[in-house]
Design a protein around this ligand. Sequence first.
Ligand SMILES: O[C@H]1[C@H](O)[C@@H](O)[C@H](O)[C@@H](O)[C@H]1O
Length: 632
Amino acid sequence: MSNLMGERRKKVSDDGERSLIQAPSNASINSQGPSSASTGDLERAARKQFQQEVTPAFVYILAGFSALGGFLFGYDTGVVSGAMLLLKKEMNLSALWQEVLVSSTVGAAALSALAGGYLNGIFGRRVCILLASFIFSLGGVVLSAAPNKEVLLVGRLIVGLGLGIASMTVPVYMAECSPPHLRGQLVTINTLFITGGQFIASVIDGAFSYLRHDGWRYMLGLSVVPAVLQFFGFLFLPESPRWLIQRGLTQKARRVLSQIRGNQNIDEEYESIKNSIEEEEKEGVGAGPVIWRILTYAPARRALIVGCGLQMFQQLSGINTVMYYSATILQMSGVRDDKLAIWLAAGTAFTNFLFTLLGVWLVERVGRRRLTLGSIIGTCLSLTLLAIGFLMTSQHAPPVTFHPSNPTPNTTCVGYGSCDSCMLDPACGFCYRDNGTSLFDSSCVPANQASTGQAAWGRCSNTSQMIDGTYWAYNYCPTSYSWIVLFGLILYLAAFAPGMGPMPWTVNSEIYPLWARSTGNACSSGVNWTFNVLVSLTFLHVAQYLTYYGAFFMYSCLAFLGFFFVYGCLPETKGRRLEEIEALFDSRLCTCGASDSDEGRQIEYIRPRIELGQLRKRVLEPECGIAYISLQ
Ligand SMILES: O[C@H]1[C@H](O)[C@@H](O)[C@H](O)[C@@H](O)[C@H]1O
């Protein structure tokens, strides 16, 4: 066994050597010492060679159709908030039903992402994407035709099933079909489509919110369009070559590789995939279900920890509370008109999209690790700023100065002394008058539970009567410090979207060995969805216990923990072949003493220590080593 491992390392080393010459993206490998000039020449030559090789347009078409899965992910999770505003009025939905309709999709996605791992292994990536787009289309039809809330629930569950499968399959398929130097960029485009889907959903929400009846049918039903487009597109797109080779369909795999690599020579890539599969089979990473084999095989287990950890910290950084509650946050910064707040929330979604585009541009330039680390530091700081903004707004929240006679006894609302405690109670809202320079006659009264846009009784109970400078604030307080919150929100999205948004998906698509890839992605996507539902469902309760600033300070601390996790565990995968990446996790936690030269050759040492997480140098020592490259 150890011999086999030895041989294997040697093979990886040979591959590494070849790939250094052929893959310019390996240029990130440090080269020091006397021969660095010649290394630089090699890298430059390699880069030039790559630039001359034109990536076939087919890869971009394939990436575009795959990323429609990301678009549907974003659209279906984003559109529901606007649809719910109309649905709760038309179907008279209780708060519980609203919560159930929103979270059922995310819950179903968590479960189907786990099942997707199994389906991927058995039927392949292409069939799973076809299945997901079929399910999305079906869900869209059911939702748009739903006669009652029960059928709506069925539709939302169906959509969730599609979401889970698409979210774990699409990045894997894209990674397996992309050439190494473009892989990060293409997989990150999937997250760009997620945020694009969220943006389009908010625009559609805004547009159809003007319809008096059935606007929600259009909002929810329109997802059928991209779903059907993806379904028909995938009828003509090929299966992943890696899955085909794994299944022994080698001729077909060669055909697909030639198709997606254009006029490039595919022999080397084909051989390296085949060799790595054969070695995995020879080494035999244990028996039993794949998840058990992952857990008992250290490199795969480490990759799984990294993959799930990244997804968990992505959600714990609070992205979806910011996305869901952006309208409220914007109202806090002085926007009083509901419709305007909805449109500005579309602006928030657009900011998320725009900065994800920056991530697409950066990922192959600065690499996954540096991008994630930079992003998480920014996320942490901006969350702290958001917390400070909320703290200032709460400290300067206007007091309750007017106590109207109470026609419905037992309401707690009239007992609150300031807007701050009033707005944290979901049953109450703040009713006040503003003459342009100061606030007066402010009261805390119960909100109309059917439509929180107005009070249950009194001056603020009828929107059309709110004249003479009378305003109704639900879930926020009018203060002059809210610009800090707005600034924090923009900064947060600018920091989160290029790195912490897309990198967990991108990294997960590449860190697992082929035999563990679908199961690894299934688990990590399941973790993403589970923490998504946990964080967004608990936000209002957390805010009630800890206040808004406490909640955002908590997310900031969680992001801070995430920084240490990323710093300690995430290796750089930029530019490597998928088959080489497993080796980055193949550490024995050793600290080999390394020298910089060996018989006149310069040697780079890798210390792929999972606790350091950094590719320092390439390792020579057999016990610790993964691979070494000798540079002449
Ligand atoms: O990467 C995505 C993206 O950042 C989205 O904006 C967010 O809603 C998702 O939860 C996340 O997984």
